[in-house]
Write a protein that binds this ligand. Structure first.
Ligand SMILES: *Cc1c(COP(=O)(O)O)cnc(C)c1O
Length: 377
């Protein structure tokens, strides 16, 4: 492949010397659980987003699980409470909800943003609704005044699945006067899965929150439920962040803004080049940084998608689908009761992700765009 969809070796190549030095530092330190590397990364995350509390955890799914489990321990959520989520998301958002004994309630998406359609949320409310999990999918911030109003009016917690959108900002106000994704709601889950905009060299994640009690509870739950050594106040888990991954992330986090700017430049190159009526491009927004372009997702006619991807592969261009089957249609959720989700189900058959990460240049993106313009598929 001339243009692989994502070459993670190439993503990390520019940081090689620093990564090796950081790994060596951790190995020599003798401190392999917790400690200074994790604390320093947590401080960096607070600095980046403006939240007062950040807790490094094992991965993005665990970050969301821990937030929901902590709210249960705090008595904010109870078994069977309903949590609203956007039907177009990665399954981890939904797994976190069902894992905590809560009921995921899918809401359809807005075709323009591919994120939750906030005008449909009120219809989905019941007397068991306790929270909304908004997902900044593909790096685009899913947040508006309406979301805030609905949450305030109904006493709902607002949780952000920020796995794909670290570094994004919006002009809309959050609950805490912040504009940073991850600092807009009550709590946020971050993922540092290797393919994310800031990727570890393995699994890693974080919880961000403005709530001191939630932060304390998450920290305890992630460490066997203990508030101090050999004293367990909850039946917890082992969901800690490895110091070696924290050290890797401390090398890469300072470059996030530049990397996100590069993603924007590639997205712009696609937007300016690709020009054909049978391909729908994602909306470029005017709000600064309200999309950090984790994925660049175009839509092609469903019956021609397979052929489109095959023809691109023949031209040396890798593609992927995020995500081919929405969570509510996965076998594990076959019993899920849900409202009709026509937009999510339709676009799932049309979406194709083009290469956007480090590894392709702006000129490459323009070249891929020209190939697409000339493609017979
Ligand atoms: C990656 C991702 C997660 C899960 O993160 P992991 O670190 O892979 O567990 C959750 N939600 C979304 C939207 C994601 O993209």
């Amino acid at each position: 492949m001339k243009y692989p969809f994502l070459d993670l070796g190439k993503v990390n190549e520019p940081y090689m010397d620093e990564l090796v030095a950081a790994a060596t530092r951790v190995i020599r330190s003798g401190r392999y659980i917790g400690g200074g590397e994790v604390e320093a990364l947590e401080a960096d995350l607070c600095g980046l987003t403006g939240v007062p509390y950040a807790i490094g955890v094992s991965n993005g799914l665990d970050a969301l699980r821990l937030i929901l489990r902590a709210y249960k321990e705090m008595g904010v959520l109870r078994d069977g409470d309903e949590i609203i989520y956007p039907a177009n998301t990665y399954i981890a958002s939904v797994l976190a909800i069902s894992d905590a004994g809560l009921v995921p309630v899918a809401v359809d998406i807005d075709e323009q943003t591919m994120n939750i359609d906030t005008s449909l949320i009120e219809n989905a409310l019941t007397d068991r609704t306790r929270a909304i999990m908004t997902v900044h999918l593909y790096g685009r911030v899913a947040w508006d005044e309406r979301l805030v109003e609905i949450a305030r009016a109904n006493g709902l917690k607002l949780i952000e699945d920020c796995a794909q959108a670290l570094g994004a900002r919006t002009l809309s106000h959050g609950l805490h006067d912040s504009h940073h994704a991850g600092a807009l709601g009550d709590a946020a889950g971050i993922s540092f899965y290797p393919t994310k905009n800031v990727g570890a060299l393995g699994d890693a994640g974080a919880v961000l929150t403005h709530d001191e009690e939630l932060a304390r509870t998450v920290r305890a739950l992630a460490n066997y439920g203990s508030d101090r050594r050999y004293h367990n106040i909850y039946c917890g888990f082992n969901c800690r962040l490895d110091p070696i991954q924290a050290a890797m992330l401390r090398v890469k986090l300072p470059h996030l803004a530049d990397e996100n700017a590069d993603r924007f430049a590639r997205a712009l190159a696609y937007a300016r080049t690709i020009d054909r009526p049978d391909i729908i491009l994602p909306k470029m927004s005017r709000e600064v940084n309200d999309n950090v372009w984790h994925q660049y997702v175009v839509r092609v006619p469903a019956e021609r998608r397979e052929n489109f991807m095959k023809c691109l592969a023949e031209n040396g261009i890798g593609t992927d689908i995020h995500y081919a089957v929405p969570p509510h249609l996965q076998p594990c959720y076959s019993g899920m009761v849900h409202a009709p989700l026509p937009v999510t189900e339709r676009v799932a058959d049309e979406i194709v992700s083009l290469p956007i990460g480090t590894g392709i240049s702006v000129a490459d993106a323009a070249e891929i765009g020209r190939v697409i313009n000339g493609l017979e598929f």
